[in-house]
Design a protein around this ligand. Structure first.
Ligand code: HH2
Length: 281
């Protein structure tokens, strides 16, 4: 099976380009900031259209919440959530690159068949079946770092040297995927902000993006509305964290290829202002 990734997604994640924006569509009842908002395929398609109109370069559709303490769901449940949503998004004429946010090979395979172009794996390729699916589909694969699992990751995150350990784990994830037959050029790496990390760990990793970029792959970063932003601002309600998130997006944009965001319109505006200020300087 030859996929379209050599065209659209590769352009969207070209190394050295200003960061693209990945708009988030969670088709879950329990995601930390948009849970329950896209409960029907029609609502997901409408959200997709609105995100693209607001400037999204990419969409990410997830059927399992990965917030700390979230209950895992089985593959059938996840498939029943993401497949109709992706099919409806494509039926609505939305053509931007779209990843499925899953750690399960079976879900990834069903999502690709329904019209997804790429796999966003917060498990960093722990499931050999997922790597086999990515290799067969020749599609882009996002490998994210996580210490532990969503159920346990925030209990007591511990590192001797967070940047060195995340860097080494991403290097190993990359090597595992390549050994499983995934093309190295198809891989995007992500330090996994908030996934088994304290505020200090998260800040150290964000400061180290240029070092992580030396792994040779484009980087994706997700900070939108996360508890890091809550911890830095004291804003408890995730939906109120957009303005503060966009400060981070503007500062991080030069160091990554894709930013995973909820409020695409606000992020796009922030990136425009930051780019103009940088140019003027
Ligand atoms: N963060 C979340 C989910 N998927 N994927 C990547 N690659 N990087 C991230 O930082 C990332 C991710 C968590 O955010 P969200 O999807 O908004 O919430 P939930 O997991 O509760 O559905």
């Amino acid at each position: 099976m030859t996929r379209r990734w050599l065209l659209d997604p590769a352009r969207a994640i070209a190394v050295g380009q200003p960061a693209g924006l990945m708009g988030i569509i969670n088709v879950t009842p329990d995601s930390f900031s948009d849970g329950g908002r896209h409960a029907t395929p029609a609502a997901a398609a409408e959200a997709a259209r609105a995100l693209v109109a607001a400037g999204a370069d990419w969409l990410d559709v997830g059927g399992e919440s990965t917030r700390p303490g979230a209950q895992p769901v089985d593959a059938e449940t996840e498939i029943a959530r993401v497949v109709p949503a992706i099919a409806a998004i494509r039926a609505a004429g939305v053509r931007v690159p779209l990843s499925v946010d899953t750690s399960k090979g079976r879900v990834a395979e069903a999502a690709l068949a329904a019209g997804a172009d790429a796999i966003n794996d917060i498990g960093g390729g722990r499931d050999p079946e997922l790597l086999a699916v990515a290799a067969r589909a020749r599609c882009p694969l996002i490998l994210m770092h996580m210490q532990g699992t969503p159920q346990t990751m925030q209990l007591a995150p511990r590192y001797q040297d967070v940047v060195g350990e995340v860097e080494e784990a991403l290097r190993q994830a990359l090597a595992r995927a390549v050994a499983a037959g995934v093309a190295e050029q198809a891989i995007v790496l992500d330090p996994g902000i908030g996934f088994g990390k304290t505020r200090a760990h998260n800040l150290a990793l964000l400061a180290a993006l240029p070092r992580l970029a030396a792994l040779g792959r484009p980087l994706l970063v997700g900070v939108s509305r996360k508890s890091l932003i809550g911890a830095l601002t004291g804003i408890a309600e995730p939906a109120q964290r957009d303005a503060a998130s966009h400060v981070a997006h503007a500062l991080l944009a030069p160091h990554c290829a894709l930013l995973r965001v909820h409020d695409v319109a606000g992020a796009r505006a922030a990136l425009r202002v930051a780019a103009a200020l940088r140019e003027a300087a």
